[in-house]
Design a protein around this ligand. Structure first.
Ligand code: GLC
Ligand code: CA
Length: 613
């Protein structure tokens, strides 16, 4: 019999057991009163992160950039965006993390550069420039009447075509995102070498401990550049990830990147992996002998509620879908040497309390703690996004797209949807208005700006202590900052922040169960509650010894719900370890050892964790 390596065979790895925390530099902390977060601001909060229990700090792009897409459009990998600080400031941040025993990773954005990058300026200067082939240039097509058409019908992530016409050299260049973000040509070996040097070695030599890799499966485009299938007949541009994601040379490129660069350092890599629903496929990236990354952010969890024909066309969902998603991406590594992540927020997503639970005033704290209980008990590396630890929520419904939202993706989507509605709804004013309201509502739930409002540190000023600038920060501060802020929660043992801290500590002291354990779900079809066990033994075996099982019960509704605990035969006798209500313990007066299959009643959005005796 072939014995597969189990996840626990490589226990003790820092990047598996460490808790990671993502910082979005623009919105974390402004140190110099210009309204924009900066590196000195991050430095001033390093002790806060340490105290929270963070082991790995992930800093979103702070490189030189014209900021068309908040720094994901990089014009020089080897320089820092001047308003954020300098290379010296970054070195100080790297050193400060290391001095506290923390690791630091950066964003590796190498599917594209900014159009302002020197490489692209050369590439577009003439057809015979030596760097012409560093980007993806194609001649036009022509319609029968001679009209010039782009090489394919691909839709960009930020609406409109992925192709931009270059008047000067009379060709189109490819951009999966904004037209100011041209895609690099990974087929060219010289380009790859330049990327490795400039974007990777440069920073690894300064001591960074790895990378979150942006758009990690988009470098290899499908050969031939064919039109994408039509799913939205109203418009020319079609979703085209089938043509550019997970292309034929993807695994080869990542193997090369490891061989030539990453393997020479003690690094962690976590890839952003959309459009990849098949676990066997994901395993090729993260394990099973052909390892290319430490782990990935598979997208099923953050795709919940997004529309199939357009991201901001919200689709209602039910709890079994959420549970099946968590279960799938917990279990897919069991019995393999692959690794997974526990996360549900980042800078591209609405806030989890608002999306997956309830941000109503009476429910939002309980919701935040319940979700924290879930995330800290799941297998894989835990990633927290700034503000999640205090239960920050989505922006209020009253905020307007034109004045308050900033994100290129949402703003473009909104205006494009209105344009299409006007063209296709033949003057039916009511239908057009309904469509606009629907998109606005969808963006309010799913929009990236929800995660990009300034961090709420205290109530010392109208910017929640994020900036001292009298007119406030670059982006509007959430109206609820007097109620949801760090200072208030630091002084409160029952706060969301205190709950996160204690759960991170508990996770660390029971790694076998929480970081490395096997996952079992109960009643997957139940639409109100989520009940699962983490065990140190394989599926199907009884986990009846002390410390062999943890059982998590979560109420995903605003009403009382009864849950059935797994039987004592299966997980042994249990005792309550922690509850998300301050009086959860008082609600427990039964010795579970007394009888199998006991029931408990959970209050709205309550979570409890039991451990085997
Ligand atoms: C990733 C980033 C996102 C960015 C895009 C283009 O999805 O997370 O913020 O817009 O890549 O770099
Ligand atoms: Ca600043």
């Amino acid at each position: 019999m072939v014995s597969l390596v189990s996840a626990s065979s490589s226990k003790g790895t820092w990047w598996k057991e460490g808790t990671a925390y993502q910082i979005y530099p623009a919105s974390f902390k402004d140190s110099n009163g210009d309204g924009l977060g900066d590196i000195a601001g991050i430095l001033s909060k390093v002790d806060y992160l340490k105290d929270l229990g963070v082991d790995i700090v992930w800093v979103s792009p702070m490189f030189e950039s014209p900021q068309i897409d908040m720094g994901y459009d990089i014009s020089n990998y080897e320089a820092v965006h001047a308003p954020y600080g300098t290379l010296e400031a970054m070195q100080a941040l790297i050193d400060a993390c290391h001095a506290r025993g923390m690791k630091i990773i950066l964003d590796l954005v190498i599917n594209h550069t900014s159009a302002e990058h020197a490489w692209f300026k050369e590439s577009r200067s003439s057809r015979d420039n030596p760097k012409r082939d560093w980007y993806i240039w194609k001649p036009p097509r022509h319609a029968e009447d001679g009209t010039r058409l782009p090489p394919t019908n691909w839709r960009s992530y930020f609406s409109g075509s992925t192709w931009e016409w270059d008047e000067h050299t009379q060709e189109y260049y490819l951009h999966l995102f904004a037209k100011e973000m041209p895609d690099l040509n990974w087929e060219n070996k010289e380009t790859r070498q330049a990327i490795y040097d400039s974007a990777m070695r440069f920073w690894l030599e300064k001591g960074v401990d790895g990378f979150r890799i942006d758009c990690v499966n988009m470098y290899s485009k499908r050969a031939g550049f064919l039109d994408a299938p039509i799913v939205d007949a109203a418009v020319f541009e079609q979703p085209a990830w089938s043509e550019y994601a997970n292309g034929p040379r993807m695994h080869e490129f990542l193997r090369e990147m490891n061989r030539e660069v990453l393997d020479k350092y003690d690094t962690v890599t976590v890839g952003e992996l959309p459009h990849t629903p098949d676990p066997q496929h994901v395993l090729r990236y993260v394990g099973s002998g052909d390892k290319q990354m430490s782990m990935v952010f598979q997208f099923d969890i953050v795709d919940i509620g997004q529309g199939a024909s357009g991201k901001y066309r919200f689709q209602d969902w039910k709890l079994p879908q959420f549970k099946a998603t968590v279960t799938k991406w917990q279990q897919f590594i069991e019995g393999t040497d692959g690794w997974t992540t526990s996360f549900c927020e980042n800078h591209d997503q609405g806030r989890s309390v608002s999306r997956f639970a309830s941000d109503a005033p009476e429910h939002r704290e309980h919701s935040a703690k319940m979700l924290a209980l879930m995330l800290t008990t799941l297998t894989g590396t835990l990633f927290i996004y700034q503000g999640q630890e205090i239960g920050m929520i989505n922006v209020p419904k009253e905020w307007t797209i034109d004045q308050d939202y900033q994100d290129i993706e949402s703003v473009n989507f909104f205006h494009n949807a209105i344009k299409v509605a006007r063209q296709t709804m033949a003057g039916d004013q009511q239908a057009i208005q309904d469509e606009i309201d629907y998109i606005r509502r969808s963006i309010q739930i799913l929009g990236r700006d929800n995660a990009r409002t300034p961090m709420q540190w205290d109530d010392s000023n109208k910017s929640a202590g994020f900036t001292d600038r009298p007119e406030g920060g670059w982006m509007r501060t959430h109206d609820l900052y007097p109620e949801i802020n760090v200072a208030k929660q630091q002084g409160d043992a029952n706060s969301v922040l205190s709950f996160w801290k204690s759960m991170i500590r508990l996770r660390r002291s029971h790694k076998d169960l929480f970081v490395y354990g096997n996952f079992r779900i109960y009643e997957p079809g139940n639409e109100d509650t989520f009940v699962y066990a983490k065990t140190t033994v394989p599926a199907g075996e009884a986990a009846v010894g002390a410390g062999q099982a943890a059982v998590v019960v979560l109420n995903f509704t605003g009403k009382d719900q009864t849950v059935n605990l797994p039987s004592a035969d299966e997980v042994g006798a249990l005792r309550l370890q922690v509850g998300s209500y301050t009086d959860s313990a008082a609600a427990e007066d039964v010795d579970l050892a007394a009888g199998p299959g006991q029931q408990r009643t959970l209050r709205p959005w309550e979570g409890r964790l039991y451990m085997s005796l």
